[in-house]
Design a protein around this ligand. Structure first.
Ligand code: F6P
Length: 321
């Protein structure tokens, strides 16, 4: 592998830039030519591909978003789209790819590698942490810390006014952002799609707290569970005395400077991606498991609701009583 392309695909995540920087600089260190492919697979199809130099990635490790831009590309799902994309890579002599994105991006990479025999390496970049074969994904730690900061601020108001707040966090179908940020902010309840929420139990718990005059309550709801407004409607109806407010954190969780942890894992993964291309460990997703690099065949790097142990929920119950 002598010429490699790097792209970011799917939703942006803080730390993607740190990963791009690691791929570019490790590639150049190893005598490779490195190309940046703009807007994910769209740029591959449209031939929007630019040479990258060591200086192209200066001063980006601390920046959120992605300098290569990103997109969710429908055309790449079709064989014709992939053929066109491969034609553009071939013209430039690109013979290896690093794809930073989520499971959808890996599915595309797997198909491309099978059909056109081009080695692909995936790096898990998503705030949702919903990918099998890695303990952490690039962007999760930043997103969860952003959520923690926001929830802490909301708690000030909840406390000042004796209010009940229902705070919705992102995560698509996964509850990790909710679980981690909820535990870290001492949320009284955390609703995640991995566990069926017993609304009756939730309401009874709140009524019991009201009897003890515990009026400040933070409920963190994962977007993949029922919506925050829905939960609020039920609570307002069943406990009209509660001063209830809703806050949907939304896209603030996707942006901002990556945390140290995200910069670090992105750098390790980016370095490891190029090493893998050199060593012939092709068509894998690079993960980190128990703090060691871990390689998962691309076709198995799928969306995964990793098991959430009962202990985690017990912790919520005991610590937030
Ligand atoms: O996958 C990242 C994510 O932010 C999810 O948590 C969320 O469900 C989704 O993307 C939002 O997507 P969009 O930015 O396209 O609205």
């Amino acid at each position: 592998v002598t010429k490699i392309g790097v792209l970011t695909s799917g939703g942006d995540a803080p730390g993607m830039n740190a990963a791009i920087r690691a791929v570019v600089r490790t590639g150049i260190y190893n005598g490779m030519e490195v190309f940046g492919i703009m807007r994910g697979y769209s740029g591959m199809i449209d031939n929007d591909i630019v040479p990258m130099h060591s200086r192209s990635v200066a001063n980006i490790i601390q920046r959120g978003g992605t300098i290569l831009k990103t997109a969710r590309c429908k055309e790449f799902f079709e064989y014709e789209g992939r053929k066109k994309a491969y034609g553009n890579l071939k013209k430039l002599g690109i013979n290896g790819l690093v794809i930073i994105g989520g499971d959808g991006s890996f599915r595309g990479a797997h198909k491309l590698s099978e059909e056109f025999d081009i080695p692909c390496i995936g790096l898990p970049g998503t705030i949702d942490k919903d990918i099998a074969g890695t303990d952490f994904t690039i962007g999760f730690d930043t997103a969860v810390n952003t959520a923690v900061e926001a929830i802490d601020k909301i708690r000030d108001t909840a406390d000042a006014h004796d209010r009940l707040f229902i705070i919705e966090v992102m995560g698509r179908d996964a509850g990790y952002i909710a679980l981690h940020s909820g535990i870290a902010t001492g949320a009284e309840n955390i609703l995640i799609p991995e566990r069926k929420t017993d609304i009756e139990e939730l309401v009874n718990g709140l009524l019991e707290k009201e009897r003890r005059r515990k009026l400040v309550n933070i409920i963190v709801v994962a977007e993949g569970d029922r919506g925050a407004e829905d939960v609020a409607d039920i609570i307002k109806e069943r406990i009209p005395s509660a001063d209830t407010r809703v806050c949907v954190l939304g896209h603030i969780q996707r942006g901002g400077a990556p945390t140290c942890m995200d910069r670090l894992i992105a750098s390790r993964m980016g370095y490891s991606a190029v090493e893998s291309l050199i060593e012939g460990r092709h068509n894998v997703m690079i993960g980190i498991v128990n703090n060691k690099m871990h390689y998962t065949p691309l076709e198995k790097a799928v969306k995964a609701k990793q098991k959430i142990s009962d202990d985690w929920l017990k912790i919520v119950k005991i610590l937030a009583s």
